[in-house]
Ligand binder design. Structure first.
Ligand code: CA
Length: 226
């Protein structure tokens, strides 16, 4: 799970980032509305935490532009202003949740958890399936018939991404962003290495599902029609 924090108060942003990372989320920070919107538009985030009063572009405008561009990422809005009109404005424009500063860390974490649970394709079930494969999200286990194998964290993240987007080609760039994040030194080569790990495990499971390479683009899952 990856969270974007758009907040100009540098210390608060850093505190939120620490809090999220402590709770097992990956978190990126942007300090103004424009940079935040660009980042949110990548679509790689599971939740965006968005401040209202921001330099360059205010939070309501970021929210509106994101929704106009088709971005459906759940938004948690933060504001120092507690007036009812702001709250109504935020919800009208498509914010999913509203939190007034100052707030308790556990209050924020409860909101983030609620918002990530609301994405049905991600949270409805603990088991994802594709062809003859199933991926158990609580135990990181990939199974095919009687055989099963445990995945490492990165293998699991990659397999989950493939299984959630079964009809789509996933670019190497997206895999890098979603699994390794911006700040890391990971390169295309890392993606190839993990794809090869997963392919070996699929072979071991004798699954009919294959990870197909789309030259110059990325990868997709391939499996015979039932
Ligand atoms: Ca602010």
């Amino acid at each position: 799970m990856r969270v974007l924090i758009i907040e100009d108060e540098v210390r608060l942003a850093a505190t939120l980032q620490d809090l999220l990372e402590l709770n097992g989320y990956a978190a990126d920070v942007r300090h103004d509305g424009e940079a935040g919107l660009d980042e949110a538009l990548t679509g790689i985030y599971d939740v965006v935490i968005l401040d209202v009063m921001l330099p360059k572009m205010d939070g309501f405008t970021v929210l509106r532009r994101l929704r106009e561009a088709g971005g459906a990422t759940p938004i948690l809005m933060l504001t120092a202003r507690s007036e009812l009109s702001d709250r109504v404005e935020g919800l009208d424009r498509g914010a999913d949740y509203y939190l007034t500063k100052p707030f308790e860390p556990r209050e924020l974490m409860a909101c983030v958890r609620a918002l990530t649970r609301r994405q049905p394709e991600l949270r409805n079930t603990d088991v994802l399936s594709c062809g003859d494969l199933s991926l158990d999200k609580s135990s990181f286990t990939l199974s095919c018939g009687e055989r099963n194998v445990r995945l490492s964290r990165k293998e699991f993240d990659m397999m989950e991404l493939f299984m959630l987007n079964q009809k789509q080609v996933i670019t190497k760039e997206n895999l890098l962003l979603k699994i390794w994040g911006y700040e890391s030194d990971a390169e295309d080569n890392n993606v190839e290495v993990y794809v090869s790990f997963l392919r070996r495990k699929l072979e071991h499971l004798r699954s009919q599902v294959k990870i197909r390479t789309i030259r110059m683009v990325g990868y997709c899952l391939e499996y015979p029609a039932p």
